[in-house]
Design a binder for this molecule. Structure first.
Ligand SMILES: [Zn+2]
Ligand SMILES: [Zn+2]
Length: 223
């Protein structure tokens, strides 16, 4: 694939180290990050940004070829939609979780890159990719499982026991697609019987622009 490379810093730029304008015309936010636009919530690839710039040195990076691994989300479409349709009802997903998930599905499932040209991170256990690490939102949810496995050799009683275990997760709304689309896809793609998230509880942002706004748990705004 093609990634942004900064000649001044002499490295491929991590998604968060690239800034530019959001490529979606109805948004056009001028400080979108390489991985996500904080204004319209859409997930991005850094090369999609308009007028990209290196966040460290502010120069314009150039596109360079590099090999990466991808999740084939389009192949999992049927299984994933079945999971989402069933669990969002059974687990009473909050409205903002359903909205963020549907927004993602409406745009169509795309292949998602799960490796990065970085030194810091979990190394890819494959000779050809040994200089790369996994993308944090690929390996972080796997941490839910591996942390349990570090604690007990009986981890499968929780994580491979979907008939008897109900998984609840809590997060801010910017993390929703990683838990309703990406991570379920990772698990469904193995073809094995994993415990998938049943209920997701999602908070809105704490917004500091134009004065401090605090959201209490009933959704009331206090200024
Ligand atoms: Zn945007
Ligand atoms: Zn730079």
């Amino acid at each position: 694939m093609q990634k942004l490379y900064c000649d001044t810093c002499q490295r491929f730029l991590a998604d968060r180290l690239v800034e530019g304008s959001c490529p979606f015309p109805d948004c056009n936010y001028d400080s979108a990050r390489g991985d996500q636009c904080d204004k319209c919530q859409k997930l991005l690839n850094p090369t999609e940004l308009k007028d990209p710039r290196c966040k460290v040195c502010k120069t314009t990076p150039r596109i360079r070829d590099t090999d990466h691994l991808f999740l084939e989300l389009p192949l999992l479409k049927d299984k994933l939609e079945e999971y989402i349709n069933e669990m969002s009802v059974a687990g009473s997903w909050s409205q903002n979780a359903i909205q963020a998930t549907n927004a993602w599905l409406r745009e169509g499932l795309r292949q998602r890159c799960i490796t990065r040209d970085l030194k810091w991170g979990v190394p890819v256990p494959h000779e050809k990719y040994k200089d790369k690490v996994f993308y944090v939102w690929f390996d972080a949810p796997i941490g839910y499982i591996s942390i349990t496995a570090c604690y007990t050799s009986e981890w499968e009683k929780w994580w491979k026991n979907p008939k008897n275990v109900e998984l609840y997760q809590f997060m801010g709304k910017d993390n929703v697609p990683f838990h309703t689309v990406m991570f379920p896809s990772t698990l469904l793609g193995t073809g094995e019987s994993w415990t998938l998230m049943k209920t997701i509880s999602v908070t809105e942002y704490l917004n500091y622009e134009g004065g401090l706004e605090l959201y209490d748990c009933s959704g009331t705004i206090e200024k």
